[in-house]
Design a binder for this molecule. Structure first.
Ligand code: FES
Ligand SMILES: [Fe+2]
Length: 410
């Protein structure tokens, strides 16, 4: 265990002994409109998802040239395609003839992309390959008719995209040196997606994301499951600006009391959660990873999609035979699905119904809800320089105030 990890464990043990946790410098109030207002949702599509990188897939989900995966992003329907040279491209999934959806299956393997409407075909890189009855179509420069690419980069075994054809993408720069190094050390590219599923929920995406940044609800909402495994309301936060990581002690940490504080054994008694950007949360359990991604609905503020992936080390790296490997993570997968569907999602759906109430009053984040503070702060940073609609109407568009980073105390 590194010196830095040992220091985190020392702080966690102090919190456990004292009944404390890392805290934000102040409470913050939240408005119900955040979860139901169409203008706020549109600003988020443009100024959050139109600019920030999001994780669209794990590399193992499209491992061979021609492998493709369709993804519905808030601004664009896209298809990720593994290229002949091994790179990945993100293409807007709209035919440049008359906008039929070119790739209609959710995923698969192909040699070219063929539109079902009039059978124009595209190469894997999105360039126009052939037009049917081309002689009759008239003058078309194929260079003008390629599928539109979005910025796309593969890094740390994950495929990152910005949902905006005019944006730029530099994942290392986005993550910052600390989080980039943390993800490199996790060796996510030497893992595979063991199982994944999609939840299409009648819930605003921020209610969903907030629910999975929350380490305060464990023993109350999950008394017989997650609350038994992980200590409630105890965490140490490392705030890197756009991203953060927090570490929670598992209940089993008491069994490690006899171990020296620098023992690698302690790693097995911690859960680390990485907030990687507005749609992406990566949880490191002692023996596997869980990736949660959240996508607002393209038009309805009260709907969103959450994807859940259980990402496991390759069988060869675990020493388990294939059956034992499958059994081990099947147990994990069944448990996490049970917790989500029986315990988390009913509460989150209820939240969305409750904020329909015009007289609900405002809400708040406690000082203890530090990861949620980072999420809301970073949303505000992305939204801060959007034009103010009233000011635009009046002929000037000053930037909103950008929140200050920092403010977490042990
Ligand atoms: S819309 Fe795709 S070929 Fe016509
Ligand atoms: Fe939960």
């Amino acid at each position: 265990m590194s010196e830095e990890s040992a220091e985190r464990v020392t702080r966690l043990r102090r919190h456990l002994a004292d009944g404390t946790t890392d805290r934000h410098e102040r409470t913050t109030s939240l408005r119900a409109a955040e979860y139901r207002d169409g203008d706020i949702a549109e600003a988020e599509r443009e100024f959050v998802f139109g600019r920030a990188p999001v994780i669209a897939a794990h590399s193992s989900e499209l491992s061979e040239p021609g492998d493709f995966v369709r993804v519905s992003l808030p601004r664009n329907e896209i298809v990720l395609v593994r290229q002949q040279d091994g790179s990945v491209r993100a293409l807007v999934n709209a035919c440049r003839h008359r906008a039929a959806m070119v790739v209609t299956e959710p995923q698969g393997r192909c040699r070219l992309l063929s539109c079902p409407y009039h059978r124009w075909s595209y190469n894997l890189d999105g360039s126009l390959r052939t037009m049917t009855r081309a002689d009759t179509v008239g003058d078309v420069d194929p260079a003008d008719r390629a599928l539109v690419p979005l910025p796309c980069e593969e890094r740390h075994g994950l495929v990152w995209v910005v949902d905006n054809a005019t944006a730029e993408l530099d994942v290392a720069k986005w993550l910052g040196p600390e989080m980039d190094a943390i993800l490199a050390a996790l060796a996510i590219d030497r893992h595979v997606v063991f199982e994944s599923t999609t939840f299409d929920e009648p819930v605003n995406w921020k209610v969903m994301q907030d629910g999975f940044l929350d380490f305060y609800h464990l023993e109350y909402a999950h008394p017989a499951t997650a609350g038994k495994l992980i200590h409630t309301n105890v965490a140490v936060l490392e705030d890197f600006g756009r991203t953060c990581r927090w570490t929670q002690p598992r209940k089993s940490i008491s069994r490690a009391d006899a171990e020296p504080p620098d023992s690698a054994v302690l790693d097995g008694h911690l859960t680390e959660t990485h907030f990687l950007g507005p749609n992406s949360t990566l949880v490191r359990h002692p023996d596997h990873l869980e990736l949660l991604t959240f996508r607002p609905h393209p038009t309805d503020p009260a709907r969103s999609v959450m994807e859940l992936r259980l990402i496991a080390p390759l069988p060869g790296a675990t020493g388990l035979d294939p059956e034992a490997w499958t059994r081990r993570w099947t147990r994990n997968w069944d448990l996490v699905l049970e917790v989500l569907t029986a315990e988390d999602l009913p509460i989150l759906r209820g939240t969305q119904e409750a904020v329909r109430s015009r007289d609900a009053g405002d809400m708040m984040l406690g000082r203890n809800e530090i990861a949620n503070h980072v999420f809301w702060r970073e949303l505000a940073v992305l939204l801060a320089d959007r034009p103010d609609p009233d000011a635009v109407a009046a002929g000037s568009a000053p930037a909103a105030r950008c929140p200050t980073r920092g403010g977490v105390s042990p």
